[in-house]
Design a binder for this molecule. Sequence first.
Ligand SMILES: C[S@@+](CC[C@H](N)C(=O)[O-])C[C@H]1O[C@@H](n2cnc3c(N)ncnc32)[C@H](O)[C@@H]1O
Length: 374
Amino acid sequence: MALAYSKENALNAICPYFTMFPLEFPLQVIKKHMKDRPVVLDPFCGRGTTLFAARNLGLESWGIDTSPVAVAIARAKLASCDLNEPLHLAERLICESDDAPIPSTEFFKAAYHRDTLRDLCALRHGLLNIETETNASAVLRAAILGCLHGPLPKNIENVGYFSNQMPRTYASKPDYAVRFWKERSLKAPRIDVLQVLRRKIGRLVGLDQASSCSISQVLHGDAQSAEVFRSLRTSPSIVITSPPYYGMKTYVQDQWLRNWFLGGPDSTDYSNGVQLDHGGQDAFSVSLGKVWRNIAISSDSSESLHMYVRFGIIPSASVDAKKIFKKSLEESGIDWRLVSTRAAKSAHDGKRQAVQMKTNSAAAIEFDFHVERI
Ligand SMILES: C[S@@+](CC[C@H](N)C(=O)[O-])C[C@H]1O[C@@H](n2cnc3c(N)ncnc32)[C@H](O)[C@@H]1O
């Protein structure tokens, strides 16, 4: 059975994210290096799979991502608290926030029952204005993001999501969703928000076990900029990461509804925000090279530094992923040795990005690179 489905890893599954890699990948890598007690870094951490793997093995880790949604989910992977704390916080925020703004667009009217939306907006307002961020608030936020949208259940008793019929991994665009619900006469059910959260958080086995590091070790920032690396207080010795695949730049738009919950606009924002430069292969390699350089500079040069990178291209971009990756290493201005290049495995490895991007030729376009600083 893939690790993603086992009960002990429910915290890792607290919220889906479009292009996550399977837990097996970082676990296998870290286990090879365990005797050195490495500090692990993922500069494109997404939902924090690498950080969760490091936590499970008792190691310190750091994560960086430009997407507020990714950062919110990844922080929960490092959190440790009693299972009741996030629930008590949710109860308090729902009681206290009676002046929370409520969006009035067609989408929101049809996406949520009026009472469900009122509770959700109270939680949103309360979490946005929280005085001190705690482990419990990080877990509550990620749990809400995980329940914000998804399929309607056959039996309402088993409901796991707050919304009308929606995909769970990404949010449908507002106009499309409204048309879809109208054509099928789908109405958003009235959901007991606290009940759904109680079930979701109650399953987070291991949340009360001590964590190897603080939630503040997930940094919101652009990995191309040296600035964000200045906040690393310990020197990374292993990097396990999966940069955006060449041509894939809609991370925030695909998660627009979760981004709204985190304070973003109540409709899709089509500007791409901070991304790697996808305007051509060379520009992309230069962009990625800046990240490799920042990593090398932030790590102790007298220690070894290994990077394990899962990288590919989206099916429509007919370019060579290996060539782009090698060029990015050259562009970094750091001396690296390419230790191995392998096609990303499919057996028991869960869903790879290329699978999620609906291609059959995944094996040809996704690779695992291992490089070491010379
Ligand atoms: C392939 S996903 C990583 C998924 C991750 N391995 C997981 O399991 O969830 C790539 C991530 O890179 C982030 N990203 C894109 N450009 C970035 C940048 N310039 N700096 C930091 N993160 C960036 C995206 O927001 C996205 O979350």
